[in-house]
Ligand binder design. Structure first.
Ligand code: PLP
Length: 243
C-alpha cells in the first residue's frame, strides 16, 4: 500500500482507539483529510485508499486542485480564514465551510450559494483560547451568529469548529475542546440542535474525540510535513503552516 494509504490507515486506527476509550462509535467521527499545499496527485492517492472528504485553506489553490480532480466524487471542506471577497467561489465550489465567524461572511455565502445546489454546510468558528487567538467568534456571541445563519437561505448550520491554542498539555487541550462542547450544549438548550463538533488535528485528535469531536481535520499525519509558506500576512495562517 502507498505511504498515504498507510498513514490514512494509521489515522483511522487512532480514531478507532480514541473512540473506544471514550465509549463512542468510531463511525460517529468523520475524517477530513487536510490537503492544503499538497498536489492533486496526493489527493488522488488518498482517494484510492478510500478517503472522500478533503480540507483546503486557500481558495485559489483549492480551485485549481478541484479542477484537476474533477473526475473524482470528492467532498470539499473550506477550513481557512474567509476573506469577504472570496465568498463567491467558496459558496459555489465547497460543500462545507468551517470558519464562519461573522454575520457579513454568512450573508455573503448565502447570497452566493447557487439555489440549485444543496445547502452549504456551515460551522461557526469559536475562539476557545481567549486572548491567544484573533480568529473565531467569542463564546458569548455564538448564539446570535447561530440565529443569523439559521435565518439565511441556502445555508445549513451543522455545528461549531475550533482551532485551540497549540499545547502539549493534554489537560489543557481537553479544556479548550470542552469549551466548544459546552457551547454546543448551550445552543441546544436554546433550541438550536447541531450535529457537528469540528475539532482535533494531527497532534490532538485523541483529546478532541474524548471531548466529543464528530469531525477531525487531519493533515500532517496523512500527507506528511507541509512545506513552510512564508510571507503570509495572517500570523494565524503562518502558525498553521508550520508543520
Ligand atoms: C492545517 C489545518 C489543519 C490540519 O493540521 P495538521 O496539524 O496538519 O493535522 C486542521 N485544521 C485547520 C483549520 C488547518 O488550517
Amino acid at each position: 500500500m502507498s505511504t498515504i494509504g498507510n498513514r490514512l490507515q494509521a489515522v483511522a486506527e487512532r480514531i478507532r482507539r480514541a473512540a473506544e476509550a471514550a465509549g463512542r462509535a468510531a463511525q460517529d467521527i468523520q475524517l477530513v483529510a487536510v490537503s492544503k499545499t499538497c498536489p492533486p496527485e496526493a489527493v488522488r492517492e488518498a482517494h484510492r485508499a478510500g478517503q472522500r472528504a478533503f480540507g483546503e485553506s486557500y481558495v485559489q489553490e483549492a480551485l485549481e486542485k478541484m479542477d484537476a480532480l474533477a473526475d473524482l466524487p470528492l467532498e470539499w471542506h473550506f477550513i481557512g480564514p474567509i476573506q469577504s471577497n472570496k465568498t463567491g467561489p467558496i459558496a459555489r465550489r465547497f460543500a462545507w465551510v468551517h470558519g464562519v465567524d461573522r454575520d457579513k461572511i454568512a450573508r455573503r455565502l448565502a447570497d452566493a450559494r447557487p439555489p440549485e445546489a444543496p445547502p452549504l454546510n456551515i460551522c461557526i468558528q469559536v475562539n476557545v483560547s481567549g486572548e491567544a487567538s484573533k480568529s473565531g467568534v467569542a463564546p458569548d456571541e455564538v448564539l446570535a451568529l447561530a440565529r443569523t445563519i439559521i435565518s439565511l437561505p441556502r445555508l445549513k448550520l451543522r455545528g461549531l469548529m475550533a482551532i485551540p491554542r497549540p499545547t502539549d498539555d493534554e489537560a489543557e487541550q481537553r479544556r479548550q475542546f470542552r469549551t466548544l462542547r459546552t457551547i454546543r450544549d448551550e445552543l441546544e438548550a436554546h433550541g438550536i440542535a447541531t450535529d457537528t463538533l469540528s475539532m482535533g488535528m494531527s497532534d490532538d485528535l485523541e483529546a478532541a474525540i474524548a471531548e466529543g469531536a464528530t469531525l477531525v481535520r487531519v493533515g500532517t499525519a496523512i500527507f506528511g510535513a507541509r512545506a513552510k509558506k512564508t510571507g503570509r500576512k495572517d500570523p494565524e495562517e503562518n502558525r498553521l503552516h508550520k508543520a
